[in-house]
Design a protein around this ligand. Sequence first.
Ligand SMILES: [Fe+2]
Ligand SMILES: [Fe+2]
Length: 165
Amino acid sequence: MLGPKMLEALSRHVDQEIYSAQLYLAMGAYCEAKAFKGFGRWLRAQHLEELEHARKMLDHVVARGGQPALGAVAAPPREFGTIAQVFEAVLAHERRVSESVHALHAAASAERDVATQVFLQWFVDEQVQEEEAAAEIVDKLHMVGDRPGAALYLDKEYGKRGRSG
Ligand SMILES: [Fe+2]
Ligand SMILES: [Fe+2]
């Protein structure tokens, strides 16, 4: 059975995953509106992944006999600047999510909630991949600078993700 502190902490993290989903949906639409359809597709795929993360965490809460209390989710920004700034914001956001996952892990450890610690391992690993993927795009966009041809090439490459899922 999940303790009340873990229930609250995991519920807040579900909110954060849903905010991530909202943020990436908004960023995807922003990219698409700026004719970066490929990055838009990449972000839509990311949006769906974040919803999956929220559900995965919710499933753990329910499996442990907890009744999650979902909170309000803030509206994401509407303006994200240049395409490089969009992905800088993705990377910064993923780093914040990683910190939140690490804090959950520490809380589970303090509560001697071994099942939650083991469960969170998946999220710890996932965040390593999330940060790596975002950092790679940021690095590539910085290399490209203001050469539109190269930016459009990257847009096409990253757009392949949306098609394969
Ligand atoms: Fe996530
Ligand atoms: Fe993420």
